[in-house]
Unconditional design. Sequence first.
Length: 316
Amino acid sequence: MHQPDIDRDYKTLISIKAQNAIVLSPHPAAIKCICQVAALLDRAALTVGAPEGLINCMQHTTLEGTRELMRQHDVGVILATGGTGLVRAAYSSGRPAYGVGPGNVPAFIERTADVRKAVADIIAGKTFDYGTICSSEQAIVAEEPARELALEECRRQGAYFLRRRNGKSRAPLDFAGNAHAECENRGPPATMIAEMAGITVPPATRVLIARLGPEQVGREFPLSAEKLSPILAFYTAPNLAAGIALCRRLLEFGGLGTPARFIRRIAPHTRVRRGDARVSRGCEQRCGARLHRLLDEPVSGDDAGLRRPGRQHHIR
């Protein structure tokens, strides 16, 4: 399964567990696989007594159609995973919404780390489903004393380091320009990406890594942003403070989520239906008081809703 399948599978399962029906609005590029997953889940649900129509999938999707779906009165909560435009549309719909946009996860390897395990975990996270999960690692930041061991472990565990072309420091970014743009929605393996870019790599290559300087963070450097493929950036920091600062810059560039000013601007136009609070006393007794605290917890960053969706939007 690629990320669209896993994401919709997860959303469907948590909706059913919370006694909600769900309507999926797939990205047009993934509509076939997502509709197939929805049909498979629906058949499985029907065999165990679920009502018909519990799991639905739009067969033809447009931004206008998705916006209209989100505005429907019967929609209790929106789970929006996608680009900034989709997340903003969800937040502007007038319904409680959880939005998840781009992520830009840095992994910091400091001098006392178990470097072998750290590299293994990072590469496993980045190569799972070919890096299409938005929570997968996007950059390695190694503290200077751990750099050489980290580089050695990356190579030993299947990484191929992109070489600079013509002595230009931006050469790895030139690589990202064509190859990544052509296949960013397809989640191909590292070997296929390399082939598309005209690079010969060992058949066992699991991930492609570009070494960047600490100053190479921002729009001018595509590999410093989220990459929905098995491609990592590799940075070196002289000390702990510099490493933390660099990780913060990477997050501020590509992982902070919806700007607070946008939330404040549209908050007055958002409404939460109090009538959605229909949690049975028996469920509350079984789940305990922690249910209230857990499901009423506000979420931050890209997961921040306008009005703190509560347990009433999970259990119907």
